[in-house]
Write a protein that binds this ligand. Structure first.
Ligand code: PXL
Length: 274
């Protein structure tokens, strides 16, 4: 399988997130990976003292128009962090470039730990709800699921709370849901999957959070899903891949801004041979 995927996210030059994660992961998995950068930042927006940002919304539209003229078509579509309403609108303009049966995966990367990332407000949430509607699969964490559904964020939660979030997401029309970060026990994290039925994959909990792990999870999920189209297998693979990347980073206190996912790329190359 050799798929041509379009991924739309920012380039954070330093920080190991968004396109600097998606491009190597999807390429290592044996896909032709076309990038459409939505913005160019010196670093990501979390934890550095400042960041520079060049908004590329206008350029995105020009690029999409050129691709239309060249009749460029894609087998898959994956969006992650998009910096503002205009960038989400511009990303939606790329949808006509997708082949009829293209796989569409949306990571509503906008929030964590109960709050929106610094760049975003509630109008932005409405735009993200719109782009999620075109997704075959959406990949929210618990906070993002709360913003999508309007339900209250509870750091401490039980399974009833998680199921309610899943049912509420389904009621909004989202078909396949991978809900990350269910924290139901002392030493395990669950990732819930809602396809025809609800299931979950459980893995070891690490009591330290790292930036960019949502993007590492989403990109490795997309890589495996393009190969298998199996929601459970892809979730398990991405959960294990992300955990391994975190473990590669834990012993290095200077590496606080992202995870060393490059050390795990070999896990993807087997799939590339298929
Ligand atoms: O990892 C998500 C992400 C991507 N891109 C930028 C970010 C963040 C998270 O804060 O700031 C620019």
């Amino acid at each position: 399988m050799y798929r041509k995927i379009l991924t739309i996210q920012d380039i954070s030059c330093v920080g190991q997130c968004s396109l600097t994660v998606a491009l190597p992961i999807l390429s290592a998995a044996g896909n032709e990976t076309v990038i459409l950068p939505s913005a160019l930042l010196s670093t990501h927006t979390m934890g550095f003292n400042k960041f520079t940002c060049l908004d590329l919304t206008n350029e995105m539209e020009k690029i999409i128009n050129h691709w239309k003229e060249e009749n460029v078509k894609f087998d898959a579509f994956y969006t992650g962090y998009l910096g503002n309403d205009g960038q989400v609108e511009a990303a939606l303009k790329a949808v006509p470039l997708l082949k009829e049966n293209a796989i569409k995966i949306i990571d509503p990367a906008m929030a964590d730990f109960g709050v929106l990332y610094p760049a975003f407000d509630l109008d932005y949430v409405e735009k993200i709800k719109k782009i999620c509607e075109i997704g075959e699969v959406i990949l929210p964490n618990i906070t993002e699921a709360c913003f999508l559904t309007g339900l209250k964020y509870q750091e401490k939660h039980d399974e009833k709370y998680i199921l309610n979030l899943l049912y509420s997401l389904r009621n909004l029309g989202y078909k396949k849901i991978v809900l990350k970060g269910a924290n139901l026990s002392k030493d395990k994290i669950r990732i819930y999957i809602y396809d025809k039925e609800i299931s979950y994959y459980e893995h070891e909990k690490i009591d330290k959070s790292f930036h960019g792990t949502g993007d590492v999870f989403a990109s490795s999920f997309v890589a495996k899903y393009l190969e298998t189209e199996d929601l459970y297998l892809s979730t398990k693979f991405a959960g294990d891949f992300t955990l391994k990347a975190i473990k590669e980073t834990l012993d290095d206190p200077e590496h606080w801004y992202g995870v060393k996912f490059e050390k795990c790329l070999n896990l993807l190359t087997e799939g590339a041979k298929k």
